[in-house]
Ligand binder design. Sequence first.
Ligand code: AMP
Ligand code: MG
Length: 393
Amino acid sequence: MEIISFEKAYEIVLSSALNTGTETVSFLESLNRILAEDVTSDIDMPPFNKATVDGFACRKDDLGYELEIVETIPAGTWPVKMVLRKQCSRIMTGAAVPDGADMVFMVEDSIILPSGKVKFKGSFTKENIALKREDIKTGDVVLKKGKIIRPQEIAVLSSVGHTSVIVSRKPVVGVISSGDELVEPEIKPGVSQIRNTNAYQLLAQILRSGVSGKYFGIAGDDKEATYELMKQAITECDVVLITGGVSMGDFDFIPGVMERAGVKILFSRVNVQPGKPTTFGIHSDAIVFGLPGNPVSSFIQFELLVRPLICKMMGYEPDPITIKLPLKVAFSRRSADRQAFIPVRFTPDGMVLPVEYHGSAHISALSVADGIISLPPGEKSIKKGEMVSVRQI
Ligand code: AMP
Ligand code: MG
């Protein structure tokens, strides 16, 4: 199968997104979920003309006079008296402004006279009234479908009384490791063994994407056992990630197993560095990625391809946040045939520096990296000081 560009791979992956459906959850549980409905307001906000300061509600025209205080209006109490000429009501922040008043002056700008009257001693700047309906009218859409719910959105949901929320169902993402050399992290590796880092790195990336991960363990380099595990994962998950076994070695039979499990392979080579053997296919029950065994490649391909797919499946446009910063040192590479993704770190002087990186098995390189930058095929170098787009990782 031919090697394809990163852009083409990205397009194929996103256009394969399955809809995971929706579910209803209580509004506090909707944190970090994707809203699957438009939310409208059942009330006007503010619901009445509201004082925004503690002070005295009066007529602007009367600011020069000594004013008689006719009542005190705490927040939560409806005013009883109308404010007439040369009168005012003492009012608290959040209370309804009484009829007749068109402004509130602050306590700090007032002086209480021995007669019990009050006088304004400041200079007029503003009314200090939040007008009825100025924020939201009944029926207005306050949150749009596709929005990620953060604490700020929980506040909006609370304010409109929307206590059960329809959100996208979280896709379940399964993880399988493959390779006879792997042992689980709690075991000290024997000769010729290494610890399984990919599975846990991926499960953490899955969690960080806001969805649920499911671990299926290590499949040794045994076709039959790998096939069984893959069939099970495809049945139980929406997306399946298997790492290792996709390069050109004698035991790299994952693409073959994927096909036997009924997966239609859409690509198996991407023109990227690292992550060239990334393999992708679709099945009626799940989407399957064969990710490279090298931990750095696996990490980066998850960020570049899997995470956007997860976003799309939950109904929002994947839009990784990038920031533009100058490169602290010149960067160059020997061969420019592939699109490079380079781990970088932020420096205290507001620049980025490529991290020391000995290839795709160098796990600790990623641990000091804050982001990745990209260099398209054909480009060999980036000049010192050149602005680069950094995607945070
Ligand atoms: P493979 O794609 O199976 O040829 O693996 C490429 C490299 O990644 C080999 O050095 C493997 O030992 C290593 N590798 C494969 N799977 C894992 C894993 N789950 N954790 C850490 N390293 C791995
Ligand atoms: Mg292997």
